[in-house]
Design a protein around this ligand. Structure first.
Ligand SMILES: [Zn+2]
Length: 393
């Protein structure tokens, strides 16, 4: 009998605690909805209050919220805001649970809201690394009739991200085609510049498979999307070099460095290869490029070659002129002047070690996020921007 009494008391206490937890949640939600009616936009204060209630008990609270509040036009923003907060806090499982619940119970809601929920659900899958499911959701969304322009654009962008992740470049080209507003313009927009990069990816695949027809097709396609695509011009120059066509290689390389002087670092080995049997001709070409582009890379290469050819006076004169022309040398100018004027005996050796020191600094950085790398990247591994790497020197 005593055991039965203890059991009944425990059951009553648990029920009371359960009710209190629900009542607390109901009160928080009621206040939140009331504040939203007064101020329809979610204020920073709301954003701060609601998560503090859910802190440390998110799974239980989401479950209670789903039971306590019906999905309606009045409550949908609460659910969406909360799911977005949970996602920003890294709790993708609970964000997913909320969005899946909304998708199952959005029957009476306006069509646009259902589409928004489906898009958010796809973002949860994407964030959780479930790319296949995210892709299916986005594809289903894009197949919807009467899809709002805004959600369609968001879905296309997200699907494009997934296609790039899977290296599905042909589909990526099609998706970017639906996003560009400059399809027939002389000036490409960012989507067309991306399409050119996708074509370059396909061109490099074709080159790896020795499929020269496909390589040429993808290169011409890349240059149609973006006539200034440096990567396509570089692949073209490399292909001329592989075909043994030195004249066309040099023309392509010179056009490339005229467009992007920072790519001198990538082009230099090809110039050196073209003139491998004639060092004096290489030096003349490097000096010509240096005077046109004011590039530190061509200066260093020309200086090194002069050292090898024993042209020490010309080497010192080259540096004197470069000190005036090149901004990159400004921090070194005072020291260089002393050595050029005083240290005559050791001058050639000093210039060599100075050039070597500058060369070790030569590396690449992303102009978008600032990431650094010793190698050129056509797509930044940190921020995933295309063609944002520049030579740091
Ligand atoms: Zn970056």
């Amino acid at each position: 009998m005593a055991d039965l009494l203890v059991f009944v008391v425990i059951a009553l206490v648990l029920a009371a605690l359960w009710y209190l937890a629900d009542a607390q949640l109901r009160s928080a939600v009621k206040n939140f909805l009331l504040q939203r009616r007064l101020k329809p936009k979610l204020t920073q204060q709301h954003k701060l209050n609601l998560p503090s209630f859910f802190k440390d008990r998110q799974a239980q609270s989401v479950e209670q919220l789903i039971r306590a509040v019906d999905v309606s036009e009045q409550s949908i923003d609460l659910f969406l805001d909360l799911a977005s907060l949970l996602r920003s806090q890294g709790d993708l499982a609970q964000a997913l649970k909320l969005h899946e619940h909304l998708l199952q119970h959005h029957g009476g809601l306006p069509l646009a809201l259902g589409q928004k929920v489906r898009f958010e659900l796809a973002c949860d899958y994407w964030g959780a690394g479930l790319l296949g499911r995210a892709e299916s959701e986005l594809q289903a969304l894009l197949d919807c009739a009467n899809l709002s322009v805004h959600v369609r654009k968001q879905a296309l962008k997200a699907l494009l991200d997934i296609k790039q992740e899977f290296s599905e470049w042909l589909q990526a080209i099609d998706l970017a085609d639906q996003l560009t507003t400059a399809k027939f313009s002389a000036e490409p927009d960012s989507w067309r510049r991306m399409q050119a990069q996708f074509c370059c990816e396909l061109a490099e695949q074709a080159r790896a498979q020795a499929d020269m027809g496909e390589l040429r097709l993808r290169l011409s396609q890349a240059l149609r999307f973006d006539p200034d695509c440096a990567r396509a011009h570089l692949i073209e120059a490399e292909q001329h070099l592989a075909d043994g066509d030195t004249k066309s290689t040099l023309i392509a390389l010179e056009q490339l460095v005229a467009r992007r002087s920072d790519l001198a670092l990538l082009c230099l080995p090809y110039f050196q290869h073209c003139y491998q049997d004639d060092q004096q001709a290489l030096l003349d070409k490097l000096l010509q490029l240096q005077s046109k582009q004011s590039s530190l890379i061509f200066l260093l290469a020309a200086s090194g070659l002069m050292f090898e050819l024993g042209e020490k006076k010309a080497q010192a004169q080259l540096w004197r002129e470069a000190m005036v022309q090149l901004k990159a040398l400004t921090p070194w100018r005072a020291m260089l002047e002393i050595v050029l004027n005083e240290g005559r005996a050791e001058l050639p050796r000093f210039l060599q070690s100075f050039a070597a020191a500058l060369n070790t600094e030569a590396q690449w950085h992303c102009s978008h996020c600032g990431a650094h790398s010793v190698q050129m990247q056509w797509r930044c591994p940190a921020c995933h921007h295309w063609d944002s790497y520049e030579a740091s020197c």
